[in-house]
Unconditional design. Structure first.
Length: 399
């Protein structure tokens, strides 16, 4: 495009088209993100509530806008879109080609980076890290660009403040390094082996908020439940394996993330476990010194579980300060109430199922069998032994 010096700026046609252009810049930069925000805001009660009848429909239609974020940051994608619109749209018309343009862009980028760092809005920590690295790299790039453009108007006889060649090399290196780090995070964490499976399982458990629907974990705030999930590990059980065995010492809390399992009490199936069913939550804050499993859980299909052992939970509580101690106390009180309730139910069940069984009389032996038994005792212990005398007296009484 070339400048047309026959056109007077901000008068006549130029004023008309400038107004239209500014209106559409505002529409795209601010209007579109605002429209998405209003949609999410209107449905915010259903977005992360699996029990809502609208949850599945909203997940399919708008899931790309909020599922990657923690439930309380359902709105963050609209902030991200607004930021991108400003950087790629609005900044194009703000003193183009000047150092002021880069300075304003740097300030905007810095504000967004600090927002990402402060809120950590993503469900998975690796995504928070990736977002921060990308923001930090772009901020450094704008700062470097600002330094380079400030040298453009220097006269030839004025020594440059920066080594422009070195600065350009550093900018290229920083951006290449960012790409490499992001790629490694994607390969190693997001899709890599057991680590990738663990991340996906933890993310699915956080999105479901299944812990929040339980009596025990429901008393914790969302941040505390997320912290519990972050320290869980992954475990696999093949079809036919016992996940836990009745009577064994219980030290782990488990959540089934895929597959099914049967719950057996004294060998009798009492129920079936499926995805997001849990077992052993009371073991984390056991009110007994050595709690044991009350049932055997056997995999009826290949099962993947998220597991939290008591030692890891105690480390989480001990390293998280006073607030977590209060959470732990609430959970322990709840575990005591549950244990007391279960004990009372077990006693009632035992009383209702107890029956007096007749004691069968031992079968009567014939005279020949008693005599043979007496001979065997005499041969073994001798005719003068107390064993033989006692047996002989018994035979005499029976006879």
């Amino acid at each position: 495009m070339e400048a047309d010096f026959s056109v007077t700026c901000y008068k006549g046609e130029h004023a008309l088209f400038s107004t239209i252009a500014l209106a559409f810049v505002g529409l795209y930069v601010l209007g579109f993100p605002m429209f998405l925000f209003l949609i999410l805001f209107k449905n915010r009660e259903h977005l992360n509530n699996p029990n809502s009848s609208r949850h599945e429909t909203l997940s399919e239609k708008y899931g790309g806008l909020y599922l990657q974020y923690s439930p309380r940051f359902w709105w963050f994608e609209t902030v991200s879109i607004t930021h991108k619109m400003i950087m790629t749209g609005a900044m194009c018309v703000v003193t183009p080609g000047s150092s002021s343009q880069l300075l304003i862009a740097t300030v905007i980028m810095l504000i967004y980076m600090l927002l990402v760092l402060k809120t950590a809005p993503f469900v998975e920590n690796s995504e928070d890290l990736s977002s921060f690295i990308a923001c930090f790299t772009l901020t450094l790039t704008y700062i470097g660009g600002f330094a380079l453009i400030s040298e453009v108007d220097n006269r030839d006889d004025v020594k440059s403040t920066y080594d422009t060649d070195l600065l350009a090399f550093l900018l290229i290196f920083i951006n290449v390094l960012c790409i490499v780090i992001e790629f490694l995070i994607f390969i190693v964490v997001d899709i890599g082996g057991c680590v990738g499976s663990l991340v996906k399982a933890q993310r699915a458990l956080k999105h479901s908020d299944a812990l929040g629907e339980t009596d025990m974990f429901g008393i914790l705030p969302a941040e505390a439940r997320a912290a519990v999930i972050d320290v869980m590990t992954i475990k696999y059980c093949d079809k036919g394996d016992n996940i836990v065995t009745q009577g064994d010492v219980a030290t782990e809390f488990m959540v089934i993330m895929s597959g099914t399992a049967s719950v057996l009490v004294d060998g009798v199936e009492v129920r079936t476990f499926k995805k997001l069913d849990m077992l052993g939550e009371n073991t984390l804050v056991a009110v007994q010194a050595m709690p044991t499993r009350g049932a055997t859980v056997k995999a009826t299909k290949d099962v993947m579980l998220l597991v939290l052992d008591r030692n890891s939970y105690r480390h989480l509580v001990d390293s998280s300060g006073y607030e977590w101690s209060l959470h732990d106390r609430k959970m322990t009180d709840h575990a005591r109430r549950v244990t007391r309730t279960y004990s009372e139910l077990d006693m009632k069940r035992e009383k209702s199922s107890t029956k007096v069984m007749p004691i069968p009389s031992p079968p009567t032996k014939t005279k020949e069998e008693r005599s043979q038994q007496l001979r065997e005792i005499r041969e073994k212990y001798g005719a003068g032994s107390e064993e033989y005398k006692s047996a002989a007296m018994s035979v005499g009484r029976v006879d």
